[in-house]
Write a protein that binds this ligand. Structure first.
Ligand SMILES: Nc1ncnc2c1ncn2[C@@H]1O[C@H](COP(=O)(O)OP(=O)(O)OP(=O)(O)O)[C@@H](O)[C@H]1O
Length: 223
């Protein structure tokens, strides 16, 4: 397996704006848990977006899962996203669907039989401690519970890579803990590679994690 992410002198700029990222060079190997920090507006979300094809690579080179991201579009992009789990701060759950069906979504798209989708959704809802809410609808849940559903959904199809943007930004301590534990578990038990944009690295991650930091458009390896 090639490195999960390889970035060489990446530049990222919004149209008619100065580059947000002027130089990002880094490698992420399979099974790594990586935090990306930086001041507000430093370009963390922008960098994350470039890794799932939502931000054009303006210079340099990047590959994700061995796929060249410089000119990715159409079916190639669709295929890549099917193997990545993406978690935003604003959950993006489907309101008209039950919690369980929301978690089943990536598996439904991938064409798995319904009983397989349901069994996997039930397993993940247990991991995020929401089995008792499987039949509820997103708007009947608290913000923290919705984010835990989004996290379960992001993991449902066993992605090789999770990209999470401030996954605990709005959450209370309990929901934050559940989210971090789930990410840690996916990383340890399934070797899922995880990249998390955050303002604060939680204390439970004291040992082996990697830490990248963006400052003035340049990405630095802290460890
Ligand atoms: N669609 C856009 N068009 C133009 N500029 C944008 C756009 N989206 C973001 N920016 C700018 O790019 C810069 C980086 O934004 P980004 O969201 O990546 O920062 P961030 O580090 O994730 O910030 P925060 O920690 O506050 O979420 C900011 O100056 C922002 O204003």
């Amino acid at each position: 397996m090639p490195n999960v992410v390889e970035a060489q002198s990446v530049k990222l700029a919004y149209p008619r704006h100065e580059p947000v990222i002027k130089d990002a060079t880094f490698t992420v190997e399979t099974g790594e848990f990586v935090f990306i920090t930086g001041a507000s507006g430093s370009g963390k979300s922008t960098l994350l977006k470039s890794m799932y094809g939502a931000m054009e690579i303006g210079g340099g080179g990047m590959s994700v899962g061995g796929i060249d991201m410089r000119s990715i579009s159409g079916s190639k992009l669709y295929k890549l996203r099917r193997h990545i789990g993406i978690v935003f701060q604003d959950y993006k759950l489907i309101r008209e669907w039950s919690v369980e069906k929301n978690v089943m979504l990536p598996l439904i798209i991938a064409g798995f039989p319904k009983d397989v989708c349901r069994a996997q959704a039930q397993k993940l809802l247990a991991h995020v401690k929401l089995s008792h809410k499987a039949d509820k609808y997103p708007l009947e849940l608290s913000g923290g519970e919705q984010q835990r559903v989004a996290m379960a959904r992001a993991l449902a199809h066993n992605p090789f890579l999770i990209l999470a943007d401030e996954p605990t930004g709005n959450l209370d301590d309990y929901s934050s803990q559940v989210v971090w534990e789930l990410l840690e578990r996916a990383n340890e038990e399934l070797e899922t590679t995880i990249l998390v944009v955050t303002h604060h690295i939680p204390e439970m991650f004291s040992a082996d994690y990697r830490h990248l930091m963006i400052e003035n458009g340049v990405l630095y390896e802290i460890r």
